[in-house]
Design a protein around this ligand. Structure first.
Ligand code: UDP
Length: 238
């Protein structure tokens, strides 16, 4: 039995607690939601529950597919135990269909399928608004080593391939998503979460948005979207 100790960090969507074991952290998912670099704030009813469950299922599945990661086990409705990572301050974004900032930046219509998937990197910095950077910046600023980046890219491509197929079977298009990696006992491991907060999910038939864009764009029925994603990853498809 792991014991919960003092609060280590409170982020926008999660609280992280130490445990009696320095190798493990206790994560509590919150209902708070933010967008546009924290300029838009709100809550999504039971988001903490949905994201905790969805992320646990996806990380567990990825582990079975050979992608080792920080997830250890669920501790409750909104809580999970993870391996303590030293987070690499680089957000890795994988994209399959043009949307959000890519659609805007490149003048592409949202929904245009990319001929090939794309990876992007952003510097994880709230003050700077997570600016996009390339591997030369990452090397020069010593955010990660070249060897770590090679491992990160290899895993990110593999995760994208696995998740695109996984969600296709559940009638969902995986438009794009964000990953974070960290180092645990010298090993580069996938961390953070994979949820409707960090992915764009569209219903494959209706193209209905089933993710945080409903909150960002005030589309309504936000909680329903999160509930629907949990239902689909649990295999509760009609
Ligand atoms: N994303 C994220 N956290 C961020 C930025 C982006 O989880 O700080 C996710 C976002 O949900 C989407 C993908 O990364 O699935 C690509 O986001 P984009 O660059 O289009 O930015 P956005 O339009 O969300 O500002």
């Amino acid at each position: 039995m792991v014991e919960k100790r003092q609060l280590l960090y409170e982020g926008k969507a999660k609280k992280i607690y130490q445990t009696d074991n320095p190798d493990y952290l206790w994560v509590e998912y919150k209902d708070d939601a933010t967008a546009f670099d924290g300029k838009k704030k709100g809550t999504i009813a039971d988001k903490g529950y949905y994201n905790n469950q969805i992320s646990a299922i996806l990380f567990d599945w990825l582990k079975q597919k050979g992608i080792d990661n920080h997830f250890v086990k669920l501790l409750g409705d909104r809580e999970q135990l993870v391996k303590a990572l030293e987070i690499i301050p680089v957000e890795v974004i994988a994209r399959n269909i043009a949307a959000g900032s890519l659609a805007k930046r490149l003048g592409m219509e949202e929904g245009t399928e990319l001929p090939k998937p794309v990876l992007e990197f952003c510097y994880k910095s709230d003050e700077l608004g997570d600016p996009m950077i390339n591997e030369y910046h990452i090397d020069a600023l010593e955010l990660a080593t070249i060897d770590q980046m090679n491992q990160i890219k290899k895993q990110a491509w593999e995760i994208n391939k696995l998740l695109v197929d996984y969600f296709k079977e559940k009638g969902i298009l995986l438009v794009d998503f964000k990953l974070e990696f960290g180092v645990h006992r010298g090993q580069v491991l996938l961390g953070d979460e994979i949820s409707p907060d960090t992915c764009r999910f569209w219903d494959a038939e209706t193209k209905e948005k089933l993710d945080k864009d409903r909150f960002r764009r005030d589309m309504g029925r936000v909680e329903d979207a999160y509930r629907e994603i949990l239902r689909r990853v649990k295999g509760e498809v009609d």
